[in-house]
Design a protein around this ligand. Sequence first.
Ligand SMILES: [Zn+2]
Length: 304
Amino acid sequence: MEFELSRLAEYDSDSIIAELQRVSAIISDEVKLTRILFDKHAKVSSCTVAKRFGSWQKALLAADLECRYSGRTVSDKMKYQIARDLTDEQLIAELQRIALELSSDMLTKLEFDSRSDISSSAPSRRFGSWNKALRAAGLKPVSMGRRHTEEDFHENLLNVWMHFGRQPKWREMKSHPSVITPGAYSKRWGSWTKALFAFLASVNTEQSEKCATHSQARPKLITPQAKSSRPEDRRKPSLSLRYGVLMRDNFKCLLCGNSPATDPKCKLHVDHIVPFSKNGQTVQSNLRTLCVDCNLGKSDKIEP
Ligand SMILES: [Zn+2]
C-alpha cells in the first residue's frame, strides 16, 4: 500500500486544479462532480477550492471540468449576501419568477429557498415581512397549511425522515430538505406528535391493505405499452412501500452500510434490485435501500 498524505502538500492553484482532476478521474464520468462528492475523496476542502477560484463552477471551469458541474450549491449566508446588492424590483422579480415556476400565486419561504439563489430572509427584511414581500410582488400572503394535501405532508415528512435516517425532530422540519413548516403540521393535526401518528397510521394502513389485496404473487408480463394501474407496475414505489423498505433496511445502504444518521452527507434512495426497465416489479422484495454513491455506481445495468 502506498503512503498518501490526507491533505495536499501545496495549496497553490495548480495543485488544486490537479486535485480536481484527480478526483474527477476516480469518479465515474456519468456523475456530476458535486462539492459533497469531492469532499468525500479530496485532499482539500471544496470551500478552499471555491474560495480560490471565486466559485465551485469557476473552479471546475479552470480545471477544464465544466461539463461535470451539477448546478449551484450555496450557503444561506452567501444567499443573503447576493441579495444585498439587488434592488427592490429585482427582489420582486425573483419572487414572481419562482411563483411562476410553481404556477402558484402563493409562495412559502421554504419553496422560495429551495429554488432561489438568494435567501428568503432578504425579501422578508427588505419589505418588513415575508407576507409584505409577497404582497409587493402581487402574490397572495401565505396561510399556513392550506395549500398542501395530506399526501404532500406525508411525502415531505418521509423525505426529511430519509434525509436524517431517523424520525425528524420538530425544528428539523424548519429547514432543507423540508418544504413544509413544522407549524403547518401542528396546525393541521393539533400537534407535531399527532402529525407523526397520522403519518404512521397512513403508511401502516396502506401496507396492510396491500397485503390483503396482493398476498399471492401473480405471474405476469409487462409490456412497455401496457399501462397498468397496479402499484407493482408503477416505477415509483408508494409512500408506504418506500417507508416499509427503509424501515426494513434500518435506513442504511445495503451495500456499504452508510446511513444519514451517522453520516450527514449520506443520501438514501429506494432502488429496484431488478431494474424497472428490465421488468423488475415495484414490490418490497425487489426494492432495497442504497446510498446515492452506491446507487450511481449501478445505474440500470444488470449483467445479461
Ligand atoms: Zn452505499
